[in-house]
Ligand binder design. Structure first.
Ligand code: CO
Length: 200
């Protein structure tokens, strides 16, 4: 399993709902958590590991010891957003790119956990020190599952100042394809459309 980078088509793919939360899914989530911690990330969505299902993992401290902050959310839905706040954001699929993005200050999210039980995360109840970041990660990751990226949520100035970095990422991606390190877009599309629940 590895993290795909922009402009990999998986990042624009609306992830499928998970209808069975079985051992395969639990294994996948565990691998995603390991990969997230290894990459010092605070969130990682299925699309980002070319596993096109509605699942993401998070830990706002990126600290495996802080188990109370570790979450796996399946088929998540934002049912309430309140307030608005701007803050710096990055993404493991966009290494080196950090920009201000405006997000809701608190959110209420309903989802399922790995035991297939319905869960709710309400960030109004989260410690003030990590409230804004928790809300931000939830919104960022749920966007991923719909093929929406933080570059879409940037204001005009942030968008303009990201252009150079995006061009660089595009260039690197095409080079990796030419070297055969990344499959062709046609191959990737085929896998996304087949949507087999296989881990890579
Ligand atoms: Co991201």
């Amino acid at each position: 399993m590895k993290i795909v980078r922009y402009p990999h088509p998986s990042l624009r793919f609306p992830a499928r709902l998970l209808t069975d939360i079985d051992e395969k899914v639990r294994t996948g989530a565990r691998q995603m958590l390991d990969l997230m911690y290894e990459s010092k990330g605070i969130g990682l969505a299925g699309n980002q590991v070319f596993w096109p299902y509605q699942l993401f993992v998070m830990n706002v401290k990126s600290d495996p010891q802080r188990r109370e902050l570790e979450h796996v959310l399946i088929n998540p839905v934002i049912v309430e957003r309140k307030g608005s706040v701007e803050g710096e954001e990055g993404c493991l699929s966009f290494p080196g790119l950090f920009q201000k993005v405006r997000r809701a200050k608190t959110v209420r999210v309903q989802a399922y956990n790995l035991e297939a039980q319905p869960i709710e995360l309400f960030t109004s109840n989260v410690h003030p020190e990590i409230q804004e970041l928790t809300s931000r990660v939830l919104q960022h990751e749920i966007d991923h599952l719909h093929g929406v990226l933080f570059i879409d949520k940037m204001g005009t100035i942030a968008k303009l100042s990201s252009r150079g970095k995006l061009k660089e990422l595009e260039r690197d991606y095409r080079k990796a394809q030419e070297r055969g390190e990344t499959p062709s877009d046609a191959e990737i599309d085929k896998r996304l459309k087949n949507g087999e629940l296989e881990l890579m």
